[in-house]
Write a new protein. Structure first.
Length: 330
């Protein structure tokens, strides 16, 4: 088989911000890894975990092998050919290879969704000796999503079965998922990152990580206004949805360390969007989190906070209906 490294420019990672390049391997990050110190609220594990990231290329090879520098026990990879799920594999530490066999002949687009729970250190992509490979030209509309562990979705049963991935597949969107477990605290650097990326749609699911006191009753609203305004510097007319917290019974009426309950947060977020509209931001939308995952979905909330594996499908369907159907041109 023929081997290609990242330096050969024959494949790409999609849904990431940067790629760490070491002598023997490369790894995608969901922030600029060279400025990691500017994101003090994130652990490096959260930033390297590959929620929503795909390894993408076009090839006529009927067999593909990924040679990895490290393999976590139970690491999952989902292979799509021309946007159709073809193979799901689960790895163990006994092998440093992910093998996809007996693919259809002819030229085809390959997207391999990477495990949302782990980092991914790739050494080489191997294809059949007489086959060809090149980068895939991206011709999908871009969707950037920012959120908490609910958006990171380690509860999903497969990388392509977390709710953001499901939404992207159903609507044929190019996803960048900034769902960081415990890390959605409306930092200005995240606003700058979203601002500087191309986007046709932007969704911000805000509040739950601020409940315990990362921000206070005094600073909650101003920080979210600042986040929105930073993004609007380069995306003044991009459809932008502000989504309040989904249902979480222990936090609905009880005030957390922030001095706010989830009910309080929903009211503040709704008022912020109304103020933005008052000042001629006509493409911003408030979405009540209870409309996408409310009391009726309690059976999918085993810990009263995170949708489980089945809940990912419910959340995806409701998100499309309540968020994307409100956007023009979807």
């Amino acid at each position: 088989m023929k081997a290609y490294t990242y330096q050969d420019n024959a494949f790409s990672f999609e849904g990431n911000v940067s790629v760490e390049q070491e002598k023997e391997w490369v790894a995608p990050w969901r922030i600029n890894y060279q400025q990691f110190e500017f994101y003090p609220f994130l652990t490096d594990e959260r930033a390297k975990q590959c929620s929503g990231i795909r390894l993408s290329f076009t090839t006529n090879s009927e067999n593909i092998i990924l040679q990895l520098a490290e393999v976590e026990e139970g690491m999952m990879l989902d292979l799509f050919v021309d946007d159709v799920l073809i193979q799901e594999i689960t790895l163990d530490k006994s092998s440093n290879q992910a093998i996809f066999k007996q693919l259809s002949p002819g030229l085809k687009r390959i997207d391999i969704w990477l495990d949302q729970r782990f980092s991914f250190k790739l050494k080489q992509v191997l294809i059949d000796e007489k086959a060809r490979i090149c980068k895939t030209k991206v011709n999908k509309k871009s969707w950037i999503h920012y959120g908490s562990s609910i958006s990171h979705s380690i509860q999903g049963r497969r990388p392509s079965k977390i709710w953001t991935s499901l939404v992207a597949q159903k609507l044929n969107l190019h996803l960048t998922n900034f769902g960081f477990g415990g890390g959605c605290v409306c930092e200005p650097m995240i606003g700058r990152m979203i601002r500087d990326l191309p986007a046709d749609y932007i969704t911000l699911k805000l509040g739950i990580n601020l409940y315990t006191g990362s921000l206070t009753q005094r600073t909650f609203g101003p920080n979210i206004i600042g986040l929105i305004q930073i993004i609007r510097e380069k995306h003044p007319n991009t459809p932008l949805a502000i989504i309040s917290p989904i249902y979480s019974p222990p936090r609905e009426k009880v005030k957390g360390g922030s001095g706010l309950s989830l009910e309080d947060m929903r009211n503040i977020l709704s008022d912020i969007v109304a103020s933005c509209k008052k000042y001629e931001d006509n493409n911003i939308y408030y979405i009540d989190g209870l409309e996408i995952f409310g009391p009726e979905e309690m059976e999918y909330l085993p810990d009263e906070l995170h949708p489980d594996a089945e809940g990912q499908f419910v959340l995806a369907d409701h998100f499309i209906k309540e968020v994307f159907w409100k956007f023009p041109g979807v």
